[in-house]
Design a protein. Structure first.
Length: 224
């Protein structure tokens, strides 16, 4: 099973070893796994890039809780550097994932979650109506991720988190068309109001209407 996994990844995934006893020094682990130190170092470097371990000078190599996001960030970042249009393709994937899981996600939200969503909307409007107006990017990101917080699905979370990292990488977080931003936050306001009322299908329609704005938005010219 999973013969393409490295010896080190198989070791990390073992039920007890790394979790209970910790990861031993590379010399000892190299002998234990029956692979040379150079190969093991390469395997550890891959695991580190995937966000599976942390390597620190004094504490050595430590296993981290699994998250899907780092692997996606690495692959997606490379894809976008190769071809800017790959961001649009991934954005389409993200839209479908949000749509598919929306009604399930909002049913799990607590009253505190809903109040937090409303506070994010209020903060966004304060920024937009300020003098000078400010872009409520962090509120935008936090609002969308919070909606899916209770799903307990690390793969959905990973897809959405990687999207927002890419969104910033292509500089959409500095998009300053005021009419566009006010339209976006009008949809957000209506969506959260519908969620609070338990009108989940109505809220879902606001979500879908709001995503259609992306197609009408020009790409920023500052992409590097």
């Amino acid at each position: 099973m999973f013969t393409n996994l490295s010896e080190f990844l198989k070791y990390l995934a073992s039920p007890e070893e790394a979790k209970i006893n910790g990861i031993p020094p590379l010399d000892k682990l190299s002998e234990e796994l029956g692979i040379n130190r150079a190969s093991l170092r390469e395997q550890v470097a891959v695991a580190r890039a995937l966000g599976l371990v942390a390597v620190k000078p004094r504490t050595g190599t430590q296993q981290l809780p699994y998250t899907f996001t780092p692997a996606l960030q690495q692959s997606l970042g490379y894809a976008i550097l190769c071809d800017r249009n790959n961001f649009e393709s991934y954005s389409d994937l993200r839209t479908h994932v949000e749509s598919a899981y929306f009604c399930q996600a909002v049913e799990y939200l607590t009253e505190d979650d809903i109040q937090e969503l409303k506070a994010l909307v209020e903060q966004a409007w304060e920024k937009l109506r300020g003098n000078p107006a400010k872009i409520p990017h962090q509120e935008h990101r936090d609002l969308h991720l919070l909606i899916y917080r209770r799903l307990n699905n690390i793969f959905v979370t990973g897809i959405l988190e990687a999207y927002w990292e890419a969104y910033e990488a292509v500089h959409l977080n500095v998009f300053t068309d005021y009419t566009y931003l006010t339209n976006v936050w009008t949809y957000h306001s209506d969506m959260i109001d519908a969620i609070e009322r338990g009108a989940y299908k109505t809220a879902h329609q606001f979500l879908m209407d709001h995503t259609e704005l992306i197609a009408a938005r020009p790409n920023p010219q500052s992409f590097k």
